[in-house]
Design a protein around this ligand. Structure first.
Ligand code: TRP
Length: 362
């Protein structure tokens, strides 16, 4: 069996640098590595609706934004299937059967869902669909027999849940139908959890602390120049801290040694720069300008590719439509295997009909 990727994003807004280092960059590398037989990238609109039931317009408007961000980053529709979750009805049927394999208390223990419930102030009014989205995510993954899910750390509990469902399914109905997936996490701690530009734990639209992949140079410059650093680093001579200093966390995520040769030859690498900052005598503005140069180098081609695709929006919808058709065929095949394994394939089972006929003839 070959290696298959499935991953995706909720279309609740444009994608930002957190998405990029958390998963998007990796997906493009994996896509171009040639090591995978199939790659599915899903716009998880149905999952986004689990906590946006009253705001479908937001989801509808953001489908194209996410698709444009994918294409701009280098997801190539010739190599990867980009599709919309709600257009693959088979995923719902799978989730419905998986629900029998998961307990309420198991869902209640999911740490990501727990935090999300707190963040959204759901408390006692949690929508059932939201509560069960880890199960729906297990069907997203298994429907495509994905071996590999490149995603951020917050998705770890979802993959664990999917693995448990697969094991339970195989244990009850027999091995061979479903594949146990593995998560592929970013390889560096800064990429795992890129903070917001204000130093808060996560980039989030409501906090206004994001750098979007589609932001203009000027917007990026403003965000970088106002980034949270070390509040005790007041005068240039003061020694500074790099831990918890957002500018340095971003450098950990984005800076490569070549960037020094190109933009700041006073240093050979990030360790030297950090050492100077910690000793004192290095001002924040200089470090911020360096980070800005690195981000601009990264974002300029992304921005340009996005502009190109923006000129042909109908073509982008066509990619999504074709991708959704392909995805649907693949999911339907898995579903048909699942039905057979679960012994609910009554009309395809001549044996069953003959056996029942014999039984009633006495
Ligand atoms: N939960 C993911 C997010 O919030 C989106 C998602 C839905 C997903 N189904 C998935 C990711 C399957 C990986 C695999 O971004």
């Amino acid at each position: 069996m070959g290696k298959i990727i499935l991953t995706g994003d909720r279309p609740t807004g444009r994608l930002h640098l957190g998405h990029f280092v958390g998963s998007l960059r990796r997906r493009v590398e994996l896509q171009n590595s040639g090591l995978f037989d199939k790659i599915f990238i899903m716009i998880a609109d149905a999952q986004a609706l689990t906590d946006n039931a009253d705001n479908p317009e937001k989801i509808r408007q953001n489908i194209i934004e996410v698709a444009l961000d994918y294409l701009a980053c280098g997801i190539d529709p010739e190599k990867s299937t980009i599709f919309i979750q709600s257009q693959v009805a088979e995923l719902c049927e799978l989730a419905f059967y998986y629900m029998n394999l998961v307990t309420v208390s198991r869902l209640q223990r999911n740490p990501t869902v727990k935090t999300e419930i707190q963040m959204r102030n759901f408390e006692t009014s949690i929508p059932v669909g939201f509560f069960t989205y880890p199960i729906s995510q297990a069907s997203d993954i298994t429907a495509f027999r994905a071996t590999t899910v490149p995603a951020g750390e917050d998705q770890q509990p979802m993959i664990e849940q999917a693995r448990e469902i697969v094991r339970r399914f195989n244990g009850i109905y027999g091995e061979g139908t479903l594949v146990e997936p593995e998560i592929l996490l970013p390889d560096n701690a800064a990429c795992m959890r890129l903070p917001g530009t204000d130093g808060k734990a996560k980039m989030s639209k409501s906090l206004g602390n994001c750098i979007y992949l589609s932001d203009s140079s000027e917007e990026v410059r403003k965000r970088v120049m106002s980034m949270y650093t070390d509040p005790d680093h007041i005068r240039v001579e003061d020694p500074g801290k790099v831990e918890g200093n957002t500018v340095f966390t971003y450098l950990d995520a984005f800076c490569r040694p070549e960037h020094f040769a190109q933009y700041w030859p006073d240093y050979n690498n990030l360790d030297e720069l950090k050492a100077h900052y910690m000793r004192g005598g290095l001002g924040d503005v200089k470090v911020k300008k360096f980070l800005y140069a690195i981000l601009e180098e990264l974002l300029t081609p992304i921005r340009e590719r996005r502009k190109e695709w923006e000129k042909d929006i109908p073509a982008v919808f066509d990619i999504l439509k074709k991708g959704s058709e392909t995805a649907r065929m693949v999911a339907a095949e898995t579903l048909s295997d699942v039905r057979r394994t679960m012994r609910i394939d009554y009309f395809d089972d001549a044996e069953l009909i003959a056996e029942q006929a014999r039984k009633f003839q006495g």
